[in-house]
Design a binder for this molecule. Sequence first.
Ligand code: PMP
Length: 398
Amino acid sequence: MFESIQPAPADPILGLTEAFKADPNPQKINLGVGVYQDSTGKTPALSCVRKAGELLARSDAGSSYLPIPGLAEYTSAVQQLAFGSAHEVVTSGRAFSAQTPGGTGALRVVGDFLAANMPGTTLWVTDPTWANHANIFSAAGVSLAKFPYFDKANNSLALADMLDALQKIPAGDAVLLHGCCHNPTGVDPTQEQWEKIADVLYAQQLLPVLDFAYQGFGDGIDEDAVGLRTVARQGEEFILCSSFSKNFGLYNQRVGAATFVATDAERANVVGSQVKRAIRANYSNPPAHGARLVAAVLGDDDLRSEWHTELTAMRNRINGMRSLLVDKLAEKSVPGDYSFIKAQRGMFSFSGLTKEQVLALRERHAIYIVDSGRINVAGITESNVDRLTEAIADVVGG
Ligand code: PMP
């Protein structure tokens, strides 16, 4: 039966991790996959999450199925964290949220929802974007198109080209934006730029879909929500996909949410009924433990404040490594101006390294970077930065 099946190509990012694991070089460095690492190169469990786990272990939350949209205390906390608890989107009841298996699960629920309820909708994505966006939406049967986002020559946002392209998208299509910490470029719009983007989106009658996987990794919990809070205009409809993989370090628990914001509570209920239908036919209902952990942390003042402290430490470390990398590149007289890396936000940077340089880093120095030149800044440590920048000097210089 299976004799005609051809092997699938390796995932460009997860395939890189496989190659890294197989490399016997003890000094190898992995700047590929987007997982936070501390100054010792480990991905630790957060202390607030461990404590929440201990609390949960002492209570009996039960093992029956969760409802299709998941735990109500979790989805309510998700909305409050994203918008702020007093925001009209939260208090009006015009948002329907479903707990999903990670941010990926949220995106897939959105894809299934669009394919079933708004057939013919094209989803427009930033050029470039996270490679899995295309996989997820194509698998759901949604067609994709790209609009300009990144100005390569200046390592900045290509705002004019972007607005121009958005103005030409047919009404009714959906536009996927990264809420903050754009993956892979690390370049986000300012609040002023978000206002202009939102003006065009709504003037064109487009449906914004915000992928929000890094809240707190850029400048702060509220600072990083500026984009989505700008898009969240009174009476306007949009979709938000949340992930708690990074900011709670819950990668393998699969904790996310899809929030559909409708014009009013009544319409949100109708939309919610279709979202539940999509989920029922996909994974039926979400896993409980990770969402219980997040709800326990966000629902307890002490644990929540400990989370803020731990999140701040992760963010500061990443931003500190950005500066260190730029300083070390200058110190080693690597040709080129890399100062833009300091201005980028989140776990990733577009380093500007070419594919040939990336391959040379892998072959000559056992340094693993995605072919596009995207580096996971969180993989840099004080102990590997010298080796890293010497290697970059080697491949850039010759
Ligand atoms: N969106 C973006 C932009 C991401 O970078 C990621 C994670 N790499 C996700 C969504 C999905 O996150 P999760 O691991 O929660 O599925």
